[in-house]
Design a protein around this ligand. Sequence first.
Ligand SMILES: [Ca+2]
Ligand SMILES: [Ca+2]
Length: 73
Amino acid sequence: MKSFTIQLSVLAFSLLSITAQASSAFAEYDADKDGYISLSESKVNPKLMAQFADLDTDEDGRLSESEFAKFNG
Ligand SMILES: [Ca+2]
Ligand SMILES: [Ca+2]
């Protein structure tokens, strides 16, 4: 019975993370919650940092949520 409960929690958690992924990833990178991902905030993910210049289409040195939406890591 216990393992069934664990499986159920794992399943619920997976569903939650799939649903939350799109909106929460941005918030996770935006450590200071200013609504933008700065280059230093992107350093937690080398792939994001590598694509930073390409994603920053308006070249203001930070990624807005719509610019970040084009990131595929
Ligand atoms: Ca920020
Ligand atoms: Ca930008």
